[in-house]
Design a protein around this ligand. Structure first.
Ligand SMILES: [Zn+2]
Length: 258
């Protein structure tokens, strides 16, 4: 049993085929999928999927790319969506300095802060997208110590890993863990305590090595899970169980999914 902790079945590349994609995932052993929004329309689609499909939980939020254009109404609409019992977290929110062309740093930090405050009010965790942002997320985590975080598609360095673990975060690894050149990331992955590990596809992006260049989907998670098990030095079945339990701990709607 595997949980794909981060997939975009709400993305146009997967949405029309969502039922077939989930069937293929189930055949590969994927018991549940967390579908993550990145703007208001995709967050609505995530909630629709989660309300229709018991093996899906939704995450709603505004990606840092939205920081330049997000309006007050969008933030209010996200918090209304988050009242659904099928919503597991606020996300994906965070910082992306690679995408500074979309929004300046100050606006990104402010949008992330607003959504951390929302998660704090609602008693929900956050799913963090962090790309090339050093340790800039730490003041936000420190400002909302009650909010548990998932560092999604982790590819930061040792300092970031140490600091977010110290703040109680879960660390989620995606297909880039399987890329040949990513030896450093695999060695970091081996050092995450098992109780904090999650595994994800981030599909339709970031297909693992064996499917590289193609559209990714939740069934392909098996390859990433194997790479993570090798990095941890544990059997794949054991890691599947522990990561699924972790997903149920952090994402409340999954507790009744399987
Ligand atoms: Zn994502």
């Amino acid at each position: 049993m595997i949980v794909d902790s981060h997939a975009h079945l709400n993305h146009e590349d997967l949405l029309e085929e969502a039922d077939a994609v989930l069937q293929r995932a189930a055949l590969a052993g994927v018991a549940a999928v967390v579908v993550v929004g990145y703007d208001l329309p995709s967050s609505k689609r995530a909630v629709e999927l989660a309300e229709r499909l018991p093996q899906v939980a939704a995450v709603v939020g505004l990606h840092p790319y939205e920081a330049g254009r997000a309006a007050e109404d969008d933030i209010r609409a996200i918090s209304e969506l988050a009242s659904s019992t099928r919503v597991a977290a606020i996300g994906e929110i965070g910082l992306d300095y690679h995408g500074e062309e979309y929004a300046p740093k100050a606006l990104q930090i402010e949008l992330a802060r607003r959504q951390m405050a929302m998660a704090d009010d609602l008693g929900l965790p956050v799913v963090l997208h962090l790309r090339e942002t050093g340790l800039d997320i730490l003041p936000l985590l420190d400002a909302y110590p009650e909010v548990r975080a998932v560092a999604h598609c982790f590819d930061g360095g040792e300092a970031l890993l140490t600091e977010v673990l110290a703040r109680g975060a879960f660390i989620s690894f995606a297909g880039n863990l399987t890329y040949k050149r990513n030896e450093t990331l695999r060695s970091l992955a081996g050092r995450v305590p098992p109780g904090r590990l999650l595994v994800e596809t981030d599909s339709p992006y970031l297909a693992p090595q064996g499917h590289r260049g193609r559209r990714n989907e939740p069934a392909y998670i098996v390859e990433t899970l194997s790479a993570l098990a090798a990095a941890q030095g544990v059997p794949v079945a054991d890691l599947a169980l522990v990561t699924s339990r972790n997903a149920q701990e952090i994402f409340r709607p999954l507790r009744t999914a399987f």
